[in-house]
Design a protein around this ligand. Sequence first.
Ligand code: FAD
Length: 461
Amino acid sequence: MTNHMGTETLVIGSGPGGYAAAVRSAQLGKKTIVVERGQIGGVCTNVGCIPSKALIAEAHRFHSHKTWSRSGSIDAFLEAQAFKESIVTKQSGGVKYLLQTAGATILEGEASFIDRHTVRIEQPGTELLVSFKHAILATGSRPIELQALPFGNRILSSTEALSLASIPESLIVIGGGYIGVELGQMYAKFGSKVTILEGGQRVLPGFEADLVAPVIKHMSADGITIVTEATAVSAKQDLDGITLNYIKNDVPYSIRAEYALITVGRRPNTDGGLGLERIGLHPTSKGLIDTDKQCRTEVSNIFAIGDITSGPALAHKASFEANVAAEAIAGLPTIIDYKAIPLVVFSGPELSSVGMSETECKAKAMPAIVGRSSFAINGRALALKSAEGFIKIIAHSESGIILGAQIVGAEASTLISELGLAIEMGATVEDLALTIHPHPTLGEVIMEAAQNAVRKIMKTK
Ligand code: FAD
């Protein structure tokens, strides 16, 4: 049986891109449908940001409060899994509530384009044809699978790694990007013997080496072994675990563990049955969809947001683009600006960055100075027993306008927003230096780094 429906805006996918787009679209008075083939909330809510941060927070609590024992670790991990499930359920329910209260209609099923104004939605025993004026594609991404190490049994993607029933005695993580580091450190804190194999020269290559150094020191203290410039080539699985073969400096090595977790990146969901070829939309070789500054694709009534577009694959980037796309469809004069997208690694200690780095300024021959301050003598950091780390603020060496900032240390994830706001507002280091920060707080380190930058600028004048 085939049913028909019509809408003004159709959103495909309900992750942080899709649900934010549907909510904004409905708020702007557009008749809006959002279609989801899996769980409401997408990767972020169900198998990404939220469950990983729940387990990471529990792992830090366990590690800092308890004397380690194998049985204590097993109990704590079971409690952490139950806690994680409870907040995923709450968050997914929250997303549904937001969509419903905004007035968006939620449809379950897999959407596939028939033409530029119609999709087919497969549902059990029936098929629904939805016609629309505009569509927002927010189909997200999935873990990249290595041909030599296909997912299954002892080879996990991040999705399975977030739902293990018990704490593995040992774990090999292949890929030292932020997901590999976060999950590897989480398992190490629960007592797993973790080895990270990274193909490049160091883990977290997206951050400068001085920022990553304190994280690497902590990872070693957590018992994590990091092997860089290593390429995994094959594996043999049995009932108890996996033997993984890798090559480093042309020398073959083998390593054994209970599981291997592959975190080598994510592939956009722009292939499969979505049928983009039927509407004349052609993803790049990496599966990404090109868009303009309003998230519009080469097909003028189709917009694309989130992990299927270029730029960092992050939830807040997806939601930001979502608002722009929904507003552009409603005819508002909106435009995307990527200059202040924060990046965060929920490692111990946390890492964050916004805007330009020192290295990027050098590469672009931008005249810049770096203001620095450390957490070492910050009263609040000492009270929290987290006095490791520092803050760098990069400013234009003549105007003092803040170009970027990086933080490694306690609450780096939260502190970075002040610097993102400063960049958005076109603030100078003097503005930050003259802003009274409450005492004793971690934010004082931002003010001190800004004061350091002001002194450096004064010296050059
Ligand atoms: P997704 O969240 O991937 O949602 C896409 C949705 O579309 C899915 O639910 C899918 O089922 C649905 N869909 C796909 N095709 C169809 C179709 N044809 N019909 C109907 N529905 C369809 N980001 C952060 O910012 N901070 C973090 O701390 C963070 N941690 C992460 C940790 C892990 C372990 C992982 C894996 C990711 C993490 N991310 C984090 C990344 C973040 O989850 C993604 O960037 C974000 O979810 C992308 O949002 P999206 O809306 O583009 O797509």
